[in-house]
Design a binder for this molecule. Structure first.
Ligand code: MN
Length: 195
């Protein structure tokens, strides 16, 4: 594991979640949340961001998928924030468009420590696999607010909900990769002197 890594565990009466993250990884992941489509999305996020991820979650799926997905977002966001440390040298901003067949998605973000979410996407289906489409925004909100991201996501157009969600997670991965990349010119990337 590199310096920019973290391990977090979060246990409540509803879920238990373990996350290991390494920002300077190779995009390797081992993900088991009990929700297959979420595992697929987090695998794509890891591959596209080059962030190594191990995530294990066990939740009250007899209730529904809500608690597990939200708590994975919270724990992953906390681990991401911790792994960034003082953010010295990072690019800070990341913006990426990803097409997937008929769909085009845009993600633009700022590792600002000013949590904000703009989510402009509509889905037609109630679920993709075992994941409720209404939980996509909840996942990104949980991540953004616990990681300290200003995060904007938009599907510009598209038909297929699997493609829309997948394009968002891939674009999110690419934008994160850009934002956390370190350059020797950057220093602390704010005129305030801290982020
Ligand atoms: Mn897919």
């Amino acid at each position: 594991m590199s310096n920019r890594s973290s391990k977090r565990e979060r246990i409540t009466k509803e879920t238990s979640v373990r996350v290991e993250i390494d920002l300077d990884g190779n995009g390797n992941s081992e993900i088991n949340t009990g929700i297959g489509f979420l595992d697929h999305m987090l695998t794509l996020f890891s591959f596209n961001s080059k962030v190594d991820l191990n995530i294990f979650a066990k939740g009250d799926s007899y209730v529904c998928d809500h608690h597990t997905i939200e708590d994975v977002g919270i724990t992953l966001g906390e681990a991401f924030k911790e792994s960034l440390g003082d953010k010295y040298g990072i690019n800070r901003y990341g913006t990426f468009y990803v097409p997937m067949d008929e769909t085009l998605a845009l993600v633009s973000l700022d590792v600002s420590n000013r949590p904000f979410l703009v989510f402009d996407c509509d889905f037609k289906r109630e679920k993709v696999g075992e994941m409720s489409t209404e939980m996509v925004v909840e996942f990104f909100r949980a991540f953004a607010f616990n990681a300290g991201l200003t995060l904007h996501l938009k599907v510009l157009y598209g038909e297929n909900d699997h493609h829309k969600i997948e394009a968002l997670f891939k674009a999110f991965g690419r934008a994160i990769k850009e934002a956390v990349s370190i350059s020797s010119d950057n220093g602390i990337p704010s005129t305030k002197g801290s982020l």
